[in-house]
Design a protein around this ligand. Structure first.
Ligand SMILES: *Cc1c(COP(=O)(O)O)cnc(C)c1O
Length: 457
């Protein structure tokens, strides 16, 4: 193969952007388990889901067979404001690490929301608008999803109601203001605005909230208000579908230079960026056309794949959502308060859970001080200030590259750089001041929540 000189950044032309999202489920032999009705334990029907989600999104959620979904023109036009995103050859990092490995990262931080979440936010807002809805409700933890959704809603003229985990609401006032700049209303959760919020506050006075609580509040708000639906920024099949734009662009860019990655690495919270990045590559693996190693990287303080149970569980604390079969730590699990690195959700996408259970993907967990060390190293060498979430992938990519230095293998490593960390400077500050520690849950801690998993037969 003639080695074309690989540029620092492989850009695609606008017309090279994918025109359809790829649905990985179409190529999975073992399909992800269906969502169950929390009352009857029967698979959720389109009609039942339609009370919570938009119609078109329900179709996408339930479709395990259609391989490609056309990306509507309006969504493609929105994408063009910040896509195609660059695929970067990390020459500087390779040199600094003195590794023979070739390292690439797909950078999703080049938009105001600062992460890949906008890829699904615009799609979900678009279908809500098309259905003639007034608005959408959602939860946000650190604030990236809420920011992305606010941007998408303001573009389309939809009302956007965000329940923000209370401790983030207080610790991250700037994200809150970005959301309000885009016209969203932001409520700290748990709140007195919803029945479930009141109940949680009565049971746990003074609680600083969790994603699971905020989801329950947002769902309740949507189902009790005419013209509103709930949207979710990760975990769901539809979100992984929209995020396939990341992997499809990456594949097109690699193909231009005849590059085939050996290892593909992504951080995993609910699994959307990783599911999107690996989608076309995993598709090839499932069809027997190529082989790749896939590595999900999660925080040691919230280790759903590496230490969780593969079982049906609630997606939220208030138990109002359908049950999903996934690797989970239990819906009552809340990571230690000193965990600053994001990726705090107790469960994992059903698609990724199934792939992991089938041995098609690996998972590792990393400690947060190691993550921030990698983040700072990367910022100094490659210039970009990474989000703590993204830095989990950086940590694992550096570790792989260092292994290559030891073995002399010139592997090609790809990782997803999901976003920037400008709003995470309090976490960086803790790290710099030596005030960050690595609380890792004990087996006893995890067993306590495992026992509380719903019993489904
Ligand atoms: C939300 C977020 C993640 C984790 O979410 P996934 O659904 O697992 O991709 C990772 N990185 C950034 C920057 C995020 O905002």
């Amino acid at each position: 193969m003639s080695e074309k000189k690989i540029p620092y950044k492989i850009y695609l032309e606008e017309q090279e952007m994918p025109t359809a999202w790829y649905n990985l489920r179409a190529d999975m032999k073992n399909k992800p388990a269906p969502l169950l009705n929390p009352g009857t334990h029967q698979p959720m029907t389109a009609e039942e889901l339609g009370g919570v989600f938009c119609e078109e999104l329900v179709k996408q959620e339930l479709d395990n067979d259609t391989a490609y979904f056309d990306i509507p023109e309006d969504i493609r036009n929105f994408y063009k404001m910040y896509r195609p995103s660059p695929l970067v050859r990390a020459y500087c990092l390779e040199e600094k690490l003195k590794t023979p490995a070739k390292i690439y990262y797909k950078f999703e931080g080049n938009n105001t929301s600062g992460s890949h979440k906008l890829n699904s936010a615009i799609a979900q807002a678009y279908y809500a608008k098309k259905q003639g809805l007034k608005g959408v409700t959602t939860e946000t933890g650190a604030g990236q999803w809420g920011t992305a959704l606010s941007m998408a809603c303001s573009y389309l003229g939809l009302d956007c109601k965000v329940y923000m985990v209370k401790c983030s609401y207080e610790q991250k006032p700037f994200r809150r203001e970005v959301m309000r700049t885009y016209g969203a209303s932001v409520t700290p959760s748990p709140s007195m605005e919803t029945e479930v919020g009141k109940k949680i506050l009565a049971e746990h006075p003074g609680t600083t909230g969790s994603l699971g609580c905020a989801i329950s509040e947002a769902v309740e708000k949507a189902v009790t208000n005419e013209g509103y639906r709930y949207v979710l920024g990760s975990v769901l099949n539809q979100v992984l579908l929209h995020q396939s734009v990341i992997g499809l662009e990456t594949k097109t860019a690699f193909d231009k230079y005849d590059i085939k990655p050996d290892v593909i690495i992504g951080c995993a919270g609910g699994g959307s960026n990783l599911g999107g990045l690996i989608a076309p590559f995993m598709g090839e693996k499932l069809r027997g056309e190529a082989d790749y190693r896939f590595i999900a990287v999660e925080p040691a303080s919230c280790p759903s794949l590496t230490r969780g149970t593969y079982a049906y569980d609630f997606c939220d604390t208030g138990m109002v959502c359908p049950l999903a079969k996934m690797y989970t730590l239990g819906s009552d699990f809340i990571p230690s308060a000193n965990h600053a690195g994001g990726l705090r959700y107790h469960g994992m996408s059903s698609i990724l859970s199934q792939l992991y259970d089938d041995g098609l993907m690996e998972a590792v967990s990393v400690k947060q001080t190691d993550v921030f060390e990698a983040a700072e190293y990367f910022a100094r060498v490659e210039g970009i200030l990474p989000a703590p979430e993204s830095s989990h992938a950086i940590r694992a990519a550096i570790d792989e590259a260092v292994k290559c230095r030891e073995t002399g293998e010139a592997k090609t490593i790809l990782f997803g750089l999901t976003g920037t960390g400008y709003f995470d400077m309090v976490a960086y500050e803790k790290f710099h001041d030596g005030q960050m520690d690595d609380y890792i849950p004990t087996d006893e801690d995890l067993a306590k929540y495992r026992e509380m998993l719903p019993k489904i037969d």
